[in-house]
Design a binder for this molecule. Sequence first.
Ligand SMILES: *Cc1c(COP(=O)(O)O)cnc(C)c1O
Length: 788
Amino acid sequence: MTMKTDILNRLKYSLGKDAENASTYDWRIALSLVLRDQMVETWFRSTRETYAASPKRVYYLSMEFLIGRLIEDMIANLRMEDTVKTAIAELGQDYDTIVHDEPDAALGNGGLGRLAACFMDSLATLGIPAFGYGIRYEHGLFEQSFAQGQQVEKPETWLTQRHAWEFERPEARYRIGFGGHVEHRDGSARWHPGEVVMATAHDTPVVGWNGDWGNTLRLWSAEPSKDFDLESFNRGDYLAAGRSEALARTISRVLYPDDTTESGKELRLKQEYFFTAASIMDLLRRYLADHDDIRDLPDYVAIQLNDTHPAIAGPELVRILVDEHGLPMDEAIPLTRRCLAYTNHTLLPEALERWSEHLMGRTLPRHLEIIRAIEHAHQTEFPDSPRILDHGDVRMGELAFIMAHKVNGVSALHTELVKQTVFADLHRIHPDRIINQTNGITPRRWLYGCNPSLRHLITDAIGEGWVTDLEQLTALKDKRDDAAFIDAFMASKRENKVNLSNWIGQTMGVALDPDAMFDVQIKRIHEYKRQLMNLLETVALWNEMRDNPNADWTPRIKIFGGKAAPGYFVAKDIIRLINDVAQVINADPVTGDRLKIVYPPNYNVTMAERLIPAADLSEQISTAGKEASGTGNMKFALNGALTIGTLDGANVEIRDHVGTENFFLFGLTAQEVMERRTHHGYSRAAIEASPRLQRVLGQIAEGRFAPQDPSRYHGLVGMLYDHDYFLVTCDFDSYFDTQRRADMVYQTPENWAAMALVNTASMGWFSSDRTIKGYAHDIWGAKSVLSA
Ligand SMILES: *Cc1c(COP(=O)(O)O)cnc(C)c1O
């Protein structure tokens, strides 16, 4: 059968529509179901081969999977782009309209969740048998809009439509308990939970490049447990019966819109335990179906904890081994450790999770006992070890570290800082445990999929091998002196910029000059990421353009994108200020087309795919020592943007790879940042030394950008004077000067393009395929089943 008749059949038999009455939604679902059918073949074959080979399986536990839209990923990985486009055209439909109809599945906040999604693509492409485990949130990350420049949050509703990719698995259901009490008898313990919810699996097949291998993303949703309700009900405990119903409804309802502050919410702890416990039960069931001896578990199971959110996996697995399989504690703890590994994502102290012992004891009483046993065992062996239980809190970072056989940072610099700061004492005791695995991005989505014009140019020049072996891009370095190729490279970038300008014109009503430099900062809004510094530099540039309107300024479009956590008031002030400044600058006839600010609302994966291919300059300007890795930085450089950045996170390694001459470096180093903070009054001193910065802060403070409400930004400006923790003021001058250096280079477009090409050509190492090979070899001891 042809693709065309397949789609028509799905329309008819799965949606009950004929072609005359089908909406865009109907066409999209019909197409998605046809593609899903294709994937199922790969998926079944992979499962059969996995059972036959009985290899070690990887289980990637993550509270977030920021997968975005899947349809184009699926079409690309199945190599069906031409087939689908032809069929859709023959059916009289518009391909772009259909693929853009899919909601962006925003089951994550930012980098951490997007990393998990890239890893799933790489695991499947490499043919490593793996499951991703997470939560099927009914509402993903909130939808952002602006009202008078201020962020407004609306609930996200991706699941109000049918999620065409998933299969519900009613047979994979587990009882997850909370609360209750622990019964100790004859030296053994039994936990009797006070409430139970059911975890039900929903599977999305994840098919790698060329449809060669398929893994599973298994997301859990919470449902009330009917039997348990009846039991309470019959006892006359109507409240308990209602509680489990209410709990089930809330547990998988919303994603916490903040992964950078430790949240003291009981619901968050329950979410974490809910998906971790379901995943552990599920992987044990799979293991025990083929194996008799639980002691061999570490030979077949590798569990990766994406941050501390699933760190309760340690005590949970120990609990099952001890309470259900009868292993002694001193055997269960090291056995569990051999299965577990932990990825640290942050050094921000406010982001390191801790739960009060009281809450832990109330929610997971048996787990608190086991945490005490883990603490005791570790203290006995290492009397000067830092504690898991500290001042009445359970510290999840220490728990994850102690229960993992490997702990990894996500960039070389970050890993060094992990060793020197958060886990310095544990590192001294376990010097071989911390290793580095620098993050990566999947080239399938972040070049092949999002940048067709560059994809074609590259493939015509060096063939298609780069899609699964990104280091092959190195061959493009030979083209840097090839004028015709540089012209084509510039034409590709310009095409992307025209497309973006059209979209911004349509959606925001702002006309952009596609020959201006597109200067892009898109990421969560956070003080340490320093969108504020970018904005202050924009105002300073505006001032100087107005002072010298006849000078030969390099035209710039400043593009911002990103959401602030709803309770993060400073970040929300920064958003408002960006929008206020944009209003004034965009209306200024003196600067006109030479300076514009645009801030399209609701930054998400789909928007990243739109903006990144059109960027000339990538803003990676965090305070050194604060960004663990960054992955946005990699997406931009791969798509031929030059980076202006600090020596932070993976910027350091990107600069090493692309060459110092092809990277706009500025700012204090991590060491200098720590040192500067010890100087009394460092920010006031920096402001007083910079007339340019003083002028900008003066304008903001006196209401130049909010004339109706002139004191609106007093707080923000006052903060910069008195406690500028992220050193915006100290790095400002160096940042401004480096921006002017970028202006100069941009004046000679061929030079800029040659530098940008070297960036693309040098990014092979940042493929998440390389990262996953590193995890597989250094942490999991897992192998590809494909090549076998
Ligand atoms: C890549 C990505 C991020 C991470 O960006 P950073 O600049 O590394 O913070 C966040 N959100 C989305 C939607 C992304 O695609």
